[in-house]
Structures are given as structure tokens and as C-alpha cells.
Design a protein around this ligand. Structure first.
Ligand code: PLP
Length: 284
């Protein structure tokens, strides 16, 4: 069955789903995106994703290509046509196409591209597996709070991580503080059982999974500190994990050459994974 994507008003097979060569997304990475997790045919935290999409568009002065209601309908249709029960939906909106020029004309029609990807259904068992990350300098711009398609520093850092046998690169700023992963938010648990994650400001993307995990942690009665932490503190922590809509809650047991805690997935991370699965199982 060929995969079907939505491109500017039409449903097309991936082979025919093209954008114009002067699309500003292609020319200048002048666009934004969202990735939503699909579990048991439900779009996890979709409203939070669409709120963030709205914010990204507003920050870049790009208008909505269709109404939010219409977007919801198209998302459902793409998933239906591709028969995705578990996977992800990708939404990309660019400023549109116009003759190449850094500046842009007023009232450009934004481009809307939506496609879906099937994945094997996640399970708690497979999620409770420890992974390695490596640290890389954070060379990104100062508006990481906007989910733009301008992802080159993340691409390079992630590739370097994979080549080193890691699943993710944790990005470190000039002060030695960890900002986030290339496509995930990062967390540590101290030996005092405090859950630490960097506050959501312009240096990180405010993750939807981050928000949900914060909420679940509050419900669990954990002591939560939203503060920056250094790479050395992370390496000396008891537990660590990262979160994203595709990785969910992913335990980290090694950072560079250093083991985190005893090198095994810790009890609080396990509990959070279980609670996250409980959340997505019951998500309506
Ligand atoms: N940080 C970055 C840079 C990301 O690209 C992502 C997701 O792609 C995240 C954090 C996690 O965000 P979310 O939980 O909304 O998927």
C-alpha cells in the first residue's frame, strides 16, 4: 500500500507529494513543524502540540494555512488513509513559496505538509532499557523555543552520537550546562531523589512530553526542581532520562564514558515510565 501524504490541499502518494523548489522551507528552513505520537489510534497530547504549533507560527509571523479545526480533520484523514494505529504524524508549515529573497512578501500562502509513519507499538518492557548518550557542544541559535525545521546543528550532533554507539547527543552550552538533547528534553535524579530538568526558556524546546512528565511527577509527589544542571552533575547523578513524543521516557545509563548511578535503570525512572504508559493507555 503506497503511503499517502497531504500537501497543500491534496492527498498524494509520497512519490508525487512534492513542494515547489522555491518553497521557503526548502530554501531557507523558513518553517515550523510538530510531531505527534499516535498510540492505539489516539493522538497523544494533540491539543498541546497544536498550541505549540500556534506559538511557533506566531513567533515567526507565519499564518495558519487552514483553521485548527480543518487541520484536525486532515490529520485524522492522513492517519486513516495510511492505516496508522501506532506511530507518528508529522505536520510541517512553511512560509510558502516566492521568488528567492531573504525578505518575504506580505500575505504569502503558507505551505502545509502532513504525513504519517507507522511504528511498532511501544511497550513498558521495551521502554525500560538503558541507553547511552554523548555530550556535544550546543551550537544552535538563541530561539530554541520555536520548533523550526532549521535543524542542522541537531542533525550533525545526532549523527555524531549514532556513530559513537549512542542514541542521542546531550547538548552543552558554553557554561558547561546541559540544555537538551538534539530532539528530546533531559532530566536527572539526584541522590537526594530530586527530579531536575532545565526550565523552559529560549534555550530549549518546551516539550509536550516534558509537560506531561512534570504533571505525572507532581502527582507522584516527587520533589521537582526546574533548574539548569551541568554535564558533570549529570554524570554524578543517580538516574537520568530524556523525553520526547517519539522516544517517550527513555532511560539513560551512560553519558560519554561515565555510568549514571550504578549503570542500571533506576526505580524512579521505571516508575515514571509505568505512569507514562498508564497515561497514554487512558488518553482520550
Ligand atoms: N527538544 C527538542 C530540540 C526537540 O526537537 C524535541 C522533539 O522533537 C523535544 C525537545 C521534545 O519535545 P516533545 O516532547 O514535544 O516531543
Amino acid at each position: 500500500m503506497p503511503r499517502i501524504a497531504y500537501v497543500n490541499g491534496k492527498y498524494k502518494t509520497h512519490l508525487r507529494a512534492n513542494v515547489h523548489i522555491e518553497d521557503r522551507g526548502f530554501q531557507f528552513a523558513d518553517g515550523v513543524y510538530e510531531v505527534i505520537y499516535i498510540y492505539n489510534e489516539r493522538f497523544i497530547d494533540i491539543e498541546m502540540h497544536l498550541d505549540r504549533l500556534n506559538r511557533s507560527l506566531r513567533e515567526l509571523d507565519i499564518s495558519w494555512p487552514v483553521t485548527r479545526r480543518a487541520l484536525n480533520i486532515i490529520i485524522g484523514e492522513v492517519v486513516r488513509r495510511n492505516r496508522v494505529k501506532n506511530g507518528n504524524i508529522y505536520i510541517q508549515i512553511t512560509r510558502g513559496s516566492s521568488g528567492r529573497d531573504f525578505s518575504y512578501p506580505a500575505n504569502l500562502r503558507p505551505s502545509l505538509i502532513i504525513y504519517a509513519r507507522k511504528t511498532i507499538k511501544d511497550t513498558i518492557k521495551r521502554s525500560i532499557k538503558g541507553h547511552k548518550v554523548v555530550s556535544k557542544p550546543d551550537i544552535r541559535w538563541k530561539r530554541c523555543d520555536i520548533k523550526t525545521v532549521s535543524l542542522l546543528p541537531a542533525v550533525l550532533a545526532k549523527q555524531a552520537a549514532i556513530e559513537l554507539g549512542a542514541i542521542e547527543a546531550w547538548l552543552v552550552d558554553e557554561e558547561g550546562m546541559v540544555t537538551e538533547g538534539t530532539s528530546s528534553n533531559v532530566w536527572i535524579i539526584t541522590f537526594d531523589n530530586e527530579l531536575i530538568t532545565r526550565p523552559a526558556n529560549n534555550t530549549i524546546l518546551s516539550g509536550v512530553t516534558r509537560k506531561t512528565v512534570l504533571e505525572l511527577s507532581r502527582e507522584m509527589g516527587l520533589i521537582i526542581k526546574e533548574r539548569a544542571f551541568s554535564l558533570s552533575e549529570a554524570k554524578l547523578s543517580k538516574e537520568a532520562f530524556c523525553t520526547s513524543s517519539t522516544a517517550l521516557v527513555k532511560p539513560i545509563v551512560q553519558i560519554d564514558m561515565d555510568k549514571v548511578g550504578n549503570g542500571k535503570v533506576g526505580p524512579l525512572t521505571r516508575a515514571l515510565i509505568k505512569n507514562y504508559f498508564n497515561y497514554i493507555e487512558n488518553f482520550i
